[in-house]
Design a protein around this ligand. Structure first.
Ligand code: KIV
Ligand code: ZN
Length: 389
């Protein structure tokens, strides 16, 4: 099968910034947008311009600053929203308006208090209006994950006719199983007339921890754009994390998906987003967590010291992390202690290692982690010389 190019749509500055306490100022948003462009994302969703004057100004400033990536602004299927998004994107080299409306029974009946036919009309009118401002119009069918497939197909067919270039199929509530989400994308690919004129996009939330799996199921079934955020931040349990989908595509070349992301810049971008938003990354987060390349049990450490690939499927350098970490804890073995001693300049003989290790275990039992300073003291206590560095 020929390689399929997957477009990476980053919504850190929109869905990600909706997280309570993650508010960014304009300079921070511009800095992140430029870093995302450097990282190689294809589309940057810069904000929701109607939501506040500050957001409008940020989208406008990002539209001016970013020259290669597409800059996208969100709107509801509401005239004023679309006009405001168009105005904020006026200076963009590649502007995209992202407009849409809820399509599930739940949204139509209880949120929008409307009918299927009226919602379809609003969707078409919104896309037509957006199209009068920009060529590139993305339509989102909010809560598509819980929308009946036949109705969803009817709406998509109509918005393609109205000029939509990208069709976003959000699993807004993170409800779908990977098979269900994949089957939905396949159904749309096979049943929507004119589907070849548009790109299907995944937008998955992580309420059941399935956002990444669902996004991959989506592209395996015909989607060609993934919407995601750095560190997986976003509403509630978050969105699909960029670093996860990108590294899945890289580690599984058999999937035949390619993208434009320069993976060595992932870690730096993750740190920037986490620090700017004051949103710590959980230590066991895949790819970018503090423990993603740390080994603490004796069996694993022994393997990694002999050959890194025994317990690591990703080379840390590929995501911009300098090195794997051998962490010394009470679960560590002799190999790890010898390795860390060597790192501070001491090549222990077998007999020296036995003595150091016995002492090490006592210290390790009283501490969560034994650091270089502790190790230095243990070795010194055994009267083993440490070369001065
Ligand atoms: O989750 C969602 O449905 C969204 C849309 C506004 C695209 O974020
Ligand atoms: Zn979302």
């Amino acid at each position: 099968m020929a390689e399929q190019r997957i477009h990476i749509f980053d919504t850190t500055l929109r869905d990600g910034e909706q997280v309570p306490g993650c508010k960014l100022n304009m300079d921070q948003k511009i800095e992140i947008a430029l870093r995302l462009e450097e990282l190689g994302v294809d589309i940057i969703e810069a904000g929701f311009p109607i939501s506040s004057p500050g957001d409008f100004q940020s989208v406008e400033a990002i539209a001016k600053a970013v020259r290669h990536a597409t800059v996208c602004g969100l709107s509801r299927a509401v005239e004023k929203d679309i006009e405001t998004a168009a105005a904020a994107l006026k200076y963009a080299a590649r502007p995209r308006i992202h407009t849409g409306i809820g399509t599930s029974d739940m949204h139509i009946k209880f949120k929008l208090k409307s009918t299927e036919d009226k919602i379809l009309e609003r969707a078409v009118a919104a896309v037509k209006l957006a199209k009068s401002f920009v060529e590139d119009v993305e339509f989102y069918a909010e809560d598509a994950g819980r929308t009946n497939n036949e109705y969803l197909a009817r709406v998509l067919e109509a918005v393609i006719k109205a000029g939509a270039t990208v069709l976003n199929i959000p699993d807004t509530t993170g409800y779908c199983l990977p098979e269900q989400y994949g089957a939905k994308i396949r159904y749309l690919k096979e049943n929507v007339k004119g589907i070849d004129k548009a790109i299907l996009s995944t937008h998955c939330h992580n309420d059941l921890g399935l956002a990444t799996a669902n996004s991959i199921a989506g592209v395996q079934n015909g989607a060609r754009q993934i919407e995601c955020t750095i560190n997986g931040i976003g509403e509630r349990a978050g969105n699909t994390s960029l670093e996860e989908v990108v590294m899945i595509m890289r580690q599984h070349p058999d999937l035949n998906f390619v993208n434009n992301i320069q993976t060595q810049k992932i870690y730096k971008t993750s740190r920037l987003v986490s620090e700017s938003m004051g949103m710590p990354v959980q230590p066991n987060k895949a790819i970018v967590g503090a423990n993603a390349f740390a080994h603490s049990s004796g069996i694993h450490q022994d393997g990694v010291i002999k050959k890194r690939e025994t317990y690591e499927i990703i080379n840390p350098l590929d995501v911009g992390v300098d090195t794997s970490k051998i962490v010394l804890t009470a679960r560590s073995g002799r190999a790890a202690v010898a390795y860390r001693a060597k790192n501070i300049g001491v090549n222990l003989t077998k007999e020296e290692l036995d003595r150091v290790y016995a002492d090490f275990l006592k210290v390790a039992d009283s501490k969560k982690e034994v650091d270089d300073q502790d190790l230095n003291q243990i070795i010194t206590k055994q009267e083993i010389a440490i070369p001065s560095s």
